[in-house]
Design a protein around this ligand. Sequence first.
Ligand SMILES: *Cc1c(COP(=O)(O)O)cnc(C)c1O
Length: 393
Amino acid sequence: MVSDMIKKPVITLAAGPVQGYPEVLQAMAQPLGYDYDPSFLAFYEEVAKKCATAMRVKDPALIIQAEPAVAIEAAAASLISRQDVVLNLASGVYGKGFGYWSARHHKEMIEIEVPYNEAILPDAVEQAFKERPDISIVSMVHHDTPSGTINPLVEIGKIVEKHGALLLVDAVSSFGGMDVHPGDCHADVFITGPGKCLGGTPGVTFMAISEAAWAHMEANPDSPRASILSLLDWKNAWRRTEPFPFTPSVAEISGLSAAIDLYLAEGPEAVWRRHALTAKACRAGVRAMGVELWAASEAIASPSTTSIRVPDGLTDSRIIETVRNDYGVMLSIGRGETLGKLLRIGHMGPTAEPIYAVVAVAALGGALSKLGFSADPAAGVAAAMAVINDAVA
Ligand SMILES: *Cc1c(COP(=O)(O)O)cnc(C)c1O
């Protein structure tokens, strides 16, 4: 009913999924070809190769026809066997979640957990291997989005590689928004999707999988087959000569293709630069208003999400409501453990534009002032602008 309709926000600066780029949405609005038409089979192969180009890996990407949460569960189910000792690194809600999935399959799990405003220390991983040389798989999240913090993936990857274990990485909300690739961090299973920094939609996933990880899955008698959780079923589906195990979503593949095209055409370095600058301007603006960042240090604050601590005496829901009602800006609250403790401003894909940091800071500052927190929105805006002006000077 029209009377029940809630007015849409003017601008969404949420921590994902994002509003897709117009080119992505246009690509998805094309008539849906038949998935076994030779033209689609060729297109699918091309998209798998294009995803590999973006990830800077040799083999065509594995595309999974589901949102990343399903694909991550599929990766855990496919890779982790009853013989595996898993080291799970939890610095946030998603990292902790890996452990729950792992529990259904592993022999044993060891977990390193840090407070959700901190990052995993490489030394702790080194120490874990010292105590337990039988660790065979390490699972981790690069950017734990409900915290807005980044783990030192490259350093940890080196340690995992040195000890001959397999590294399973969720890079869903960092890939495309910063310099991270499967090869640089020695990831054996590297999972990402177009719905965050690539400005696509959240219904599809693509991955890079090493030969060692495929071999591990093939040797795992419990690795699912003829199942939505099977990675092995899809291993060769990128080849135009091979059948699909299930029907791929033609529209999602078109959208993914457009998102990767945009990323490669703009130039990855340029895309990362605007994510980093937007986040930097946002952090400067927030701090200048006397608002505390959630991340324990700026060095681990994500370039694709800025998380702030909810000021004492206020609630996340009142702030987010006021920002939306008064200014038409939609932000994100926390999830799970971080719910109620923080607010998140997303800088992903189309919203990773520095001027949106000014919008976010102004709206947040205005709402905080209204709710009785002595924020100075003008100082926040000036600080965010100063960062941007420095960069364009
Ligand atoms: C968004 C996201 C996912 C995927 O979640 P969906 O519910 O499938 O969209 C997984 N991991 C991280 C770190 C994410 O940010």
